[in-house]
Design a protein around this ligand. Structure first.
Ligand SMILES: [Zn+2]
Length: 167
């Protein structure tokens, strides 16, 4: 036992251990996602007690504010933008910068849309469609939103997907 140990407990429910701990007097519960008692205890022990948690929160907030100031935008927005830039750069280098819908080149990053070829929400297997990397395509935002507005008669869409083009 050390000083940083949080006030909490673990309990078994269903097939897994659960953590119960307190932050500012409020109880939080979450699954430890393990059937291993020691593992669950380790997870619980890793949760900082209130004083430490406060300190970490303050430090994180200061860091977030500083990042925001430096970047001129929230880190989430900037990171998203950066990821998109990286993808677009790779697309160009690999000659994958062709629109899946109209087959013309995607010239500017502002035009780039990364989306599912087959809408996953209304499909038979939404989860598979969502994660299926072959169901992802690059297109112009405008082509993509035009396609989204059209009734789903897209069965005959050319299957020369950008992703598979050179394979
Ligand atoms: Zn297009």
């Amino acid at each position: 036992m050390n000083m940083i140990r949080s006030r909490g407990r673990i309990f078994f429910r269903g097939k897994t251990w659960w953590l119960s701990y307190y932050v500012h007097g409020k109880e939080y519960r979450r699954s430890a996602k393990t059937a291993d008692r020691e593992e669950a205890q380790r997870l619980l022990d890793a949760i900082p007690s209130d004083g430490i948690a406060d300190c970490i929160h303050r430090k994180r907030r200061r860091q977030r504010e500083k990042t925001h100031l430096v970047l001129g935008q929230p880190i989430g927005t900037a990171a998203h933008r950066l990821r998109k830039m990286i993808i677009f750069d790779m697309c160009k280098k690999l000659s994958l910068d062709m629109c899946y819908r109209c087959h013309l080149r995607i010239e500017k990053i502002e035009e780039l849309s990364i989306d599912h070829k087959k809408p996953y929400l209304n499909g038979d297997d939404p989860l598979r469609l969502f994660w299926d990397i072959n169901n992802i395509a690059f297109s112009h935002s405008k082509c993509n939103s035009a396609a989204a507005r059209r009734p789903p008669k897209l069965k005959t869409t050319p299957s020369s997907a950008i992703m598979n083009q050179d394979s």
